[in-house]
Design a protein around this ligand. Structure first.
Ligand SMILES: Cc1cc2nc3c(=O)[nH]c(=O)nc-3n(C[C@H](O)[C@H](O)[C@H](O)COP(=O)(O)OP(=O)(O)OC[C@H]3O[C@@H](n4cnc5c(N)ncnc54)[C@H](O)[C@@H]3O)c2cc1C
Length: 437
């Protein structure tokens, strides 16, 4: 019987299970955690207590994998908006001009997203999810992976999918089996994240407000309306900036952001829980595609392959695109080369943006500097040119490649725009409160 086994039942593993259910007769997902029956955060996915954004390409990919998924989210109470008309973006401190973009945005909590995906996978007749089971190693012989070893026995399979997340032990197992070390790229940004929920009151705040970090203000503050009549507040600092968790500190942090919306909202907002903090030291990309030799019958997806900075919200979308590729190929052929290609553009975009901060360590490419100078001008020009804003959102939502920002008409308008000198970013306060050491 043709079977596949998947390590991990978080978003990466669930989407891979859906993809492979059309290719293999039997798919088994092994998850270490005890899985909840309802939408609840859990230990194996510590980031599930933090705010998550679902990129537009990600929501479309979810609909391709699970037809009607976004309609199901809406039935579960998830609000939907227009990414440009209903959201106020501040890029490099410049308020993006609002206009209808027809790009969808959903305010969904991470536990609900995973719960809905899990329920869809549970309903597949040829998929079994086994929880409370730790995968401890690979079954391997003759240059092939033959299944996995678990705490309670073995599971044989023609294909093993590692969806074990950032802390995946696959590199250790491969090294032990004699395949050598997996090359890794790391970009250290020291992100510190806090998430807190507030009661939503119509008219008090728009669908979403996003203050993106930039050199000079390495802070971010985001609110998004979510299911259950909630507004999630996510504050983030990078490179030593730490968002506070006490009320006065949160307000001071909000006051330092370019946009006034979050500060004004917090004046009367009713908190529904306590802030939860999380650290994310660095983006990590494992280059399996560069390994001289790998066993047959093995693939990796999601964070196990590339753990992106949470600032850009790319992880689930990349996992979903990899799942669509798995559905097409069944994980055969040069999987790691194909999967790496799906990682290339989001990784380059995110790390090039991170590398704008002089303190961020990582390999700088020759083109980063002129490209970032252009993008700085671009973000300033998007304050008055709605097409530039829409194109930026299409690229950051992975609906178009970075070249979209350099299309001749846009290039000309950006170069003819007054640039930074003509539009100084909105700056409220120097970034002092909450700064580490
Ligand atoms: C703070 C933060 C914020 C984020 N925000 C966003 C966002 O806004 N948008 C977005 O798209 N992405 C975001 N991400 C990334 C996103 O959470 C992940 O990309 C997504 O969860 C997919 O990851 P995954 O399934 O590959 O791995 P994970 O979610 O890490 O799951 C791995 C799973 O494997 C299980 N497991 C691990 N090892 C074993 C084993 N040996 N045996 C059995 N089970 C095992 C774990 O228990 C877990 O369930 C964020 C990440 C962080 C850290």
């Amino acid at each position: 019987m043709k079977s596949a086994v998947i390590i991990g039942a978080s978003m990466g593993g669930l989407l891979a299970a859906r993809a492979l259910s059309g290719v293999f007769q039997q798919v088994t997902v092994v998850e270490r955690d005890r899985l909840p029956e309802e939408a609840r955060a859990r230990r194996g996915v510590p980031q599930s207590r933090q705010a998550h954004a679902l990129l537009a390409r990600g929501s479309m990919a979810l609909d391709e994998l699970f037809p009607g998924f976004t309609a199901q989210m809406i039935r579960a109470g998830v609000p939907k908006g227009d990414l440009q008309a209903d959201c106020q973006w501040y890029l490099d401190g410049h308020p993006m001009r609002q206009a209808v973009s027809a790009l969808p945005v959903y305010g969904v909590t991470r536990p609900l997203l995973e719960h809905l995906a899990r329920e869809r996978v549970r309903a597949l007749p040829n998929v079994t999810i086994t929880d409370s089971g730790d995968v401890t190693g690979l079954l391997h012989d003759g240059g092939r992976v033959r299944g996995v070893r678990t705490g309670s026995g073995t599971i044989e399979a023609e294909l093993v999918v590692d969806a074990g997340g950032r802390a995946s032990r696959l590199p250790i197992w491969l090294d032990e089996l004699g395949y050598g070390e997996v090359p890794v790229s790391t970009v250290r940004t020291d992100v510190v994240y806090t998430t807190r929920h507030y009661r939503y009151e119509p008219g008090r705040i728009g669908f979403a407000v996003v203050n993106a970090p930039y050199p000079g203000l390495p802070r971010t503050g985001v609110t998004i309306r979510q299911e259950g009549d909630r507004v999630v507040l996510f504050l983030g600092g990078i490179l030593g900036e730490e968002p506070p968790t006490d009320d006065a500190g949160v307000m001071a942090f909000a006051e330092s952001l370019p946009g006034p919306e979050i500060r004004d909202f917090l004046r009367t907002a009713e908190p529904l829980d306590d802030p939860v903090r999380m650290r994310y030291p660095s983006s990590v990309r494992r280059h399996y595609e560069r390994m001289p030799r790998l066993p047959e019958g093995l693939v990796a997806v999601g964070d196990a392959m590339c753990s992106f900075s949470p600032i850009y919200g790319q992880g689930i979308t990349v996992a979903a695109l990899q799942a669509l590729a798995l559905a097409r190929t069944g994980g055969t052929g040069r999987w790691f080369t194909a999967a790496a290609r799906l990682v290339d553009a989001p990784w380059t975009m995110a790390t090039a943006t991170d590398l704008r901060f002089p303190q961020v360590q990582g390999a700088r490419r020759v083109l980063d500097r002129p490209l970032n100078a252009y993008l700085e001008r671009y973000r300033a020009a998007a304050a008055h040119d709605p097409d530039l804003g829409a194109a930026f959102l299409r690229v950051s939502n992975m609906l178009a490649g970075p070249g979209h920002l350099l299309a001749p008409g846009r290039l000309l308008r950006v170069l003819l725009s007054p640039g930074r000198a003509g539009r100084e970013p909105v700056r409220r306060r120097p970034p002092v409160a909450g700064r580490r050491g």
